[in-house]
Design a protein. Structure first.
Lengths: 436, 406
């Protein structure tokens, strides 16, 4: 019977093509607008590491004191070198890393080849297992390499393709700045968006990093940060002066797998802050706080405020389209009052009429979904024109989006169809037959 | 045209009339807010910078390996660039307006203030004001004897010798007003940490490289420190920019081939990049607004046709009783106007509500009353245009319909 209703619905779509077209277009446009903005929203607000986001923590320490005007009473988003090193040495977490962005010039071995610039991060060995980086060849370096201040490097697949023609380059070396670095691993494609591990630097949506070098080695080479360096007061001159200053420029991450580890780390952090106050470094009780990955992205407002607003606008748009669809469906269904009257007189129950019109609405929804798909595809193309390239690249058409578009269209149309179908089912057979 | 019979008819089509009103109300509310958001973005995109917008080029270089005698090398670079025909000014700088990367400092007007009053961006570099083309509205420009080299400043930090620091600064008008609301800033001193800088000049405007809060976008100070960081800004006639950029890159390469060009762009590109997100948002909102008006119009056309079809008998009777085509046309137009007006009134209330929500959630300003008429007029026009087709068809219904049974 249901199949029959679906067939009837399909025929009726063709009966008044103008009304049908209006309805389908309206639903299609509404769904496409919300799906397009949703696809952007999904990219910028997604959870980059779902299985671990509640285990990775960023500690913050209030080393600037309550008089700082910039941060509105919140501790800075990054930490100083001395605090990062103190956290590393305390080793209170299962895994931990300090990191900061670096850039180097690569001098290719081939003569005549132009030097070029690479960017990436200086990190500790734990970085790779913590953030689950995929390796194509080799692996990260070891904690022993960290301790030995070794000149190791993990390079991206792209850099490997460019310099070594895609061959397994593990064990070979690459010339960064003025120094050789031994390659321990080549990454597979890895460019999580937002770039959650270092949100305080640059745009959170950027190109894939080319290199990861050991933190200690980068410091030995006096490598400046390629990101933000925020200072509260003038630091002493020179690299050493900078290292010992209250300038914040390092991101610190701790992996704390369970509640016990988290509370242990929290008390360590508070104890550390108190100790600094006792030693006279701070003349205020420092706030020490930590956020897990998901909270950290909220706290640092990584998601541009444009996206939720545009999502809200699109949702409003879908609502208007649905109201529109209710009106149009009402018009379409009530035109067929005489037909309904005949069917009712011939013994069809109200439920049967109801089911028939809902089936018809499903067909309308399906058609709307297909039109919506076409519009969404156009919308995604248009994102490339209007949105930041880095974001636009990530908003793409996939099976999930296609399914969601069609499903939204059908469900929305069905919701809109309840009232018109109910009205259709209420048609009095006698009255209709009489007026005929 | 008498409104009462229309109202009586509408009362018999409550749900359909309600749907039209609801649709118009929602559209009106969204359009009012969206147009407001758009105008805010457009205003932001056109934020004044205070510099010679179409005359500037930025080149940033990074050295490979050890750096020696950077200052002398920078002088060579500057001299080479200055020789290029068409170059009017050139400066070695540390940051460019809207360039994103910035130096900032907390500013006090009394060294004993516990908190700095504002956070301002600090511009360093010789010949910077001339090159950027910022307009001095009071006081004097920086002179050669005001300048200290970055090395000297660093030495001063090390030794505590305050003579090595610069003693003057030029600040923007808006910063001066914020620091001394009722007084002339000229001659007064600002303090960065404990270092006093006497304000010798006031700039009309000089926007910061990165903006956290639009109200402080112009808090900038130019401090006379000479530097050599491999970043140059060149000023030239708008039509010469491409050519000058190309020659400048060649010359810089000749001077020292052991460098990488990190950045080479015109200032228009810098501005374009800076406001990319605002432009995206504007485009998206305009798209949604147009689509929304289109959908609403389609809805009115659909329901209008339905109504006309339902009332063919009634129209026929009216025509038979002496109503002209014009009367019928007018009837449907008035009906639409009535529905639109109710919808718009509801929409205004809704628009206000949405704005209140956005104000609390996204710190948007209050929707100015001038935006309400925009939504109203847009919807009246859309409504009238959309109903025109069905109304014309209604006016074509011949009187003879009255005598036929369906």
């Amino acid at each position: 019977m249901f199949i029959h209703y679906v067939q009837l619905g399909f025929y009726s779509l063709r009966r008044n093509p103008v009304l049908t077209l209006l309805m389908v277009m309206s639903i299609g446009l509404g769904v496409a607008a919300s799906m397009t903005t949703w696809s952007v929203f999904r990219v910028v607000s997604g959870n980059p590491l779902p299985d671990k986001s509640s285990q990775l923590f960023v500690p913050q320490l209030d080393n600037w004191g309550p008089n700082d005007i910039v941060k509105n009473g919140q501790p800075p988003n990054a930490v100083t070198y001395r605090d990062a090193m103190a956290f590393m040495q305390a080793h209170e977490a299962e895994r931990q890393t300090a990191l900061y962005p670096v850039r180097y010039a690569v001098t290719p071995e081939r003569t005549g080849a132009e030097p070029f610039r690479v960017q990436g991060h200086a990190v500790f060995a734990d970085f790779f297992p913590m953030f689950e980086l995929p390796f194509r060849f080799g692996a990260g370096w070891s904690r022993a390499d960290d301790d030995a201040h070794a000149g190791a490097v993990v390079i991206s697949r792209q850099l490997n393709d460019r310099v070594f023609g895609g061959a397994n380059s593990v064990g070979r070396s690459i010339h960064l700045g003025d120094h050789d670095f031994r390659i321990t691993g080549v990454l597979d494609n890895w460019n999580p968006q937002p770039r959650f591990y270092d949100v305080s630097n640059h745009s959170a949506f950027g190109d894939q990093p080319d290199i990861f070098v050991p933190f200690n080695r980068a410091i030995d080479l006096h490598t400046q940060t390629n990101g933000n360096n925020a200072c509260h007061e003038n630091s002493a001159p020179g690299f050493e002066g900078w290292l010992h200053s209250e300038c914040v420029w390092i991101a610190f991450w701790a992996e704390l797998p369970d509640a016990a580890a988290q509370s242990r780390f929290r008390s360590f952090l508070e104890g550390y802050g108190a100790k600094q106050q006792q030693s006279g470094r701070f003349n205020w009780p420092p706030q020490a706080q930590m956020h897990n990955l998901q909270d950290w992205l909220d706290y640092t407002r990584v998601v541009p405020s444009e996206t939720p607003v545009s999502l809200a606008v699109s949702a409003g748009f879908l609502l208007v389209c649905l109201v529109n669809a209710v009106g149009l469906m009402l018009a379409k269904f009530m035109r067929r009052a005489p037909e309904i009257g005949v069917r009712r007189a011939l013994g069809a129950t109200r439920q049967a009429i109801y089911a028939q019109f809902l089936a018809e609405a499903t067909m309308v929804g399906l058609a709307g979904g297909l039109v919506g798909l076409a519009f969404t595809a156009l919308g995604i193309l248009a994102i490339g024109v209007v949105f930041e390239a880095a974001i636009a690249r990530l908003a793409h058409f996939d099976l999930w989006l296609i399914t969601l578009t069609v499903l939204t269209a059908i469900v929305a149309t069905l919701i809109a169809a309840f009232y018109p179908a109910w009205r259709a089912a209420q048609v009095q057979p006698a009255w209709q037959l009489k007026s005929n | 045209m008498d409104i009462l019979p229309i109202l009586t008819t509408l009362r018999r089509h409550k749900i359909t009339a309600f749907l039209v009103i609801l649709e118009i109300a929602l559209t009106c509310a969204i359009i009012c807010n969206a147009v407001f958001l758009i105008s805010q973005r457009i205003e932001r995109i056109h934020m004044p910078s205070g510099v010679a917008e179409h005359e500037l080029i930025q080149i940033e270089l990074a050295s490979i390996g050890a750096k020696a005698d950077e200052f002398a090398r920078a002088q060579e670079d500057l001299a080479a660039i200055r020789q290029i025909p068409g170059v009017t000014q050139v400066a070695s700088v540390a940051q460019v307006p809207f360039g994103s990367s910035s130096n900032n400092a907390g500013i006090r007007i009394d060294p004993n203030q516990p908190k700095s009053m504002i956070d301002a961006s600090t511009y360093y570099g010789e010949n910077l004001i001339e090159t950027y083309g910022a307009r001095l509205i009071a006081g004097r420009n920086l002179r050669a004897d005001d300048y200290r080299s970055m090395d000297a400043v660093m030495e001063g930090v090390r030794s505590g010798d305050t003579k090595l620091f610069p003693a003057t600064a030029i600040i923007t008008q808006s910063m001066a007003k914020r620091l001394w609301p009722d007084q002339d800033a000229l001659g007064k001193s600002i303090y960065i940490g404990k270092i006093p800088l006497q304000v010798v000049g006031i700039l009309e405007n000089l926007v910061r490289p990165s903006i956290e809060d639009d109200s402080t976008a112009n808090y900038s100070a130019v401090i006379p420190i000479k530097l050599a960081q491999g970043q140059y800004v060149i000023r030239t006639a708008p039509g010469d920019r491409e050519r000058v950029l190309k020659i400048a890159l060649e010359k810089l390469k000749q001077n020292n081939p052991h460098r990488i060009v990190v950045q080479k762009r015109t200032w228009d590109e810098i501005r374009g990049n800076f406001f990319q997100n605002d432009r995206s948002m504007t485009g998206l909102l305009i798209g949604v607004c147009v689509a929304l008006l289109l959908v609403t119009a389609l809805g009115i056309v659909g329901l209008g046709s339905f109504w006309v079809a339902q009332r063919r008998r009634m129209i026929g009777v009216r025509r038979a009783l002496g109503a002209t085509r014009h009367d019928i046309l007018h009837y449907f137009q008035t009906e639409n106007f009535l529905l639109a007006t109710i919808g718009i009134a509801l929409g205004m209330v809704l628009a206000y509500g949405i704005n209140l929500f956005l104000m609390t959630k996204y710190e948007l300003p209050r929707l100015p009353a001038t935006y309400f008429p925009i939504g109203a007029i847009a919807l009246w026009i859309i409504g009238q245009l959309a109903v025109l087709g069905p109304a014309m068809r209604a006016s074509m219904v011949p009187p003879v319909v009255a005598t036929r049974s369906v």
